[in-house]
Ligand binder design. Sequence first.
Ligand code: M6R
Length: 632
Amino acid sequence: MCGIVAYTGPQDCAPILVEGLRRLEYRGYDSAGLAVHTGRGVEIVRAVGKLTNLDQALRKTPLAGTTGIGHTRWATHGRPSEANAHPHVAGAVAVVHNGIIENHVDLRRELQGKGVRFSSDTDTEIFAHLIHAEMQSGIKELDVAVRRALARVRGAYAIAVVHGEQPGTVVVAKQDSPLVLGLGEGEMFAASDIPALLAHTRDVILLADGDMAKITTAGAAITRIADGAPVSRDKKRIDWSPTQAEKGGYKHFMLKEIHEQPRAIEDTLRGRIDLDKADVVGAEIGLTEEIAKATGRVYFVACGTSAHAAMAGRYWVEQLARLPSTVEIGSEVRYRDPVFLPTDLVVAVSQSGETADTLAAVKAAKAQGARVLAVANVLDSAIPRAVDGALYTHAGPEIGVASTKCFTTQLAALLLLAVYLGRRRGTLNEAEARRILDAAWQAPAKMRDVLARADDIRTIARRHMRAKDMLFLGRGTGFPIALEGALKLKEISYIHAEGYAAGEMKHGPIALIDEEMPVVVICPKDAHYEKTFSNMQEAKAREGQIIAVATEGDDEVRRLCADRVDRGSIPPPSGRGSMLVAADVIEIPPVENEVVPLLSVIPLQLLSYHMADLKGTDVDQPRNLAKTVTVE
Ligand code: M6R
């Protein structure tokens, strides 16, 4: 996730671009840069680190001009460095990009074969060379060259392009990454998100996938990328305050990030699944065939939410790759005398890539000769730097302290890892792999269905917000989801909550259940349905207040939970919503077993969020917690 801005008009553009980038810094901040048409052609200034570094660089090398583009980067391909910072240049062409190009390896190879020399490790530079090659071949119009170049590219992008010989013109295009046009008086803007525009205009056009636009001071000519046909898009007036705009109109970053999950999963899977071959692309996930075959055990280390993702990863590795697997908490590994083997694949899961306890465990594993793979969200952070390979989640920066989109992207990444190991080791046949990968690829659409029920979940949250304690139960991969649901609730609402394996309830926690105790049961129609259903009946028999996460149309679960709502003081919601939640049942669409956790955690994230919000706690920055824990 990166931020792009563009301007053309009568004003000096560098300050406008930098201010726009400042409003987009939440999208990434490891480097930034501008390209401005200065009258001498397009000139660029870039700097590593936060925007203040770009400010300083611009003070040394001012860029004067009235048309330009800017970028703030969250690295995905190529470490954060000045060479990898955008804009990328080829001849007179300069490009900024947000997204991921899936066929970048093939295109880079092809261009290198034609003598092109790359000056960065990014996938973005490919755009610059492709557009430049089109212009060199005699194409005169920048938008035509961009359209022809885009026809070669597969993946997600929002791009803005300027050309040294075409002053006063910016060409933008989008596919699966956001891009908004801002309409001024005799000036035009474009940006990844609305906050970058609000200081200048409240009239915007949200471009659709497959749109491109040529913007000049006269306005925007919007066409389809595919065939150049003109399209018309409605203008919208934005009434949000700047703070609301930064959160995309949501009340909190956490809620925004919960809703970003489908996009984050798509970005994490993109380019890594080969559905034709029913396989995962090893080079994209930091592993090789040799390592997969030589692995005798998978040893996960992680903390907090990342440890819950690792637990789901263990189930998948055991089931799909038939490898012994274990999950250890970073802070425990470092103070034990752990035994690592040279045939261990240690998988360190950490969204920040900086967690001190996980890093210490990684060092212990390395010291004993184990091979270590990092699953991290922050490129080039301490853990990926310390290990042999990295599998990056592409969630983009997560601002809310309570992890949500980083968790689900970790799940997606670990499912890919398990499929890759299973395919290499011959324990997962082609048909099974295709079934799972196909289900993973379809999961974001189903997640959007669950998110559409968010308002109904607030009604349930209101009924239980005064609870002092809550239990979360699940089986199989539902167990780590139960742990994650309990952790989310504790973190942001300060309600005491415990997650348990559903089968463990009878060994103690059942003593806690009475009519005061809400019990959240993750009971989708998966391989463990009947057993989990029995556990729910047991809790119900002790008068527990059941909140069930169940598969759509499961009348058994609905009947079991129904009478509690009838007794509640708050009436069930009306209309479509009442069908969904009238019995404290939150439904998820039917999906293959392996992707159930991607869906079943969303109701728990939303339940925690709404309980916390109704109680009025500081959702994004809960007391006593830090986003990155670099101390013991
Ligand atoms: O950056 P990491 O994934 O290594 O962080 C691990 C935990 O500190 C983190 O998951 C923590 O539990 C979060 N606050 C969960 O919401």
